[in-house]
Design a binder for this molecule. Structure first.
Ligand code: ZN
Length: 178
């Protein structure tokens, strides 16, 4: 049976707590659970706690279900800003991060059948707990949790997610914070 957003939120809360990451009740309640409008939360989606997001910086905690994917996107420039620059630090589990560059032969990441066309970058970066990677603004990226799920801390410049450009266009505008 498919997980409901409420179940995903509860699971994320429990897994973060187990990892020693304290989330307040208020933060739990406003945790974003997004399926990016694609209707397959367990395969493509994210659970996100936003600690802070202002016009200068942003910090988030991401919990990813086993094998869950954040779909391919980039953060375009706006006004005089070059676009969001972000650093992902793996806290628990394994994250397979895909960025522009030479495609990695036999990548660990697996995308849902029929969706191969909306995942174009295949240069693989494997992040284990304690490892981090910084993405240049306006470059395509996507990532997937390993089989045990993952916890990822995200540090970035301001998050203006409504401007993000996704390779997989969805029927509704993606305005959720993540
Ligand atoms: Zn991003």
């Amino acid at each position: 049976m498919a997980l409901t957003p409420e179940q995903a939120r509860q699971l994320a809360f429990e897994e973060l707590t187990k990892a020693g990451i304290v989330i307040t009740e208020e933060e739990k309640q406003r945790m974003e659970v997004t399926d990016f409008g694609l209707g397959m939360l367990e395969k493509i989606g994210l659970q996100v706690v936003i600690y802070v997001n202002n016009d200068r910086y942003c910090a988030k905690e991401l919990y990813m279900l086993p094998g869950q994917i954040c779909p391919e996107h980039r953060h375009p420039p706006f006004d005089s800003n070059p676009g969001k620059q972000e650093t992902f630090r793996c806290r628990k589990g394994t994250v397979y991060l895909y960025v522009e560059g030479e495609p990695t032969p036999n990548p660990k990441g697996k995308v849902p059948e029929g969706m191969e066309g909306v995942f174009n970058v295949w240069h693989e970066i494997v992040l284990k707990p304690g490892e981090q990677y910084t993405l240049a603004p306006n470059t395509l990226h996507w990532f997937q949790a390993g089989p045990e799920g993952a916890i990822v801390s995200e540090f970035s410049s301001s998050s203006r997610d409504r401007f993000d450009i996704f390779t997989a266009k969805t029927e509704r505008e993606i305005v959720d914070e993540f």
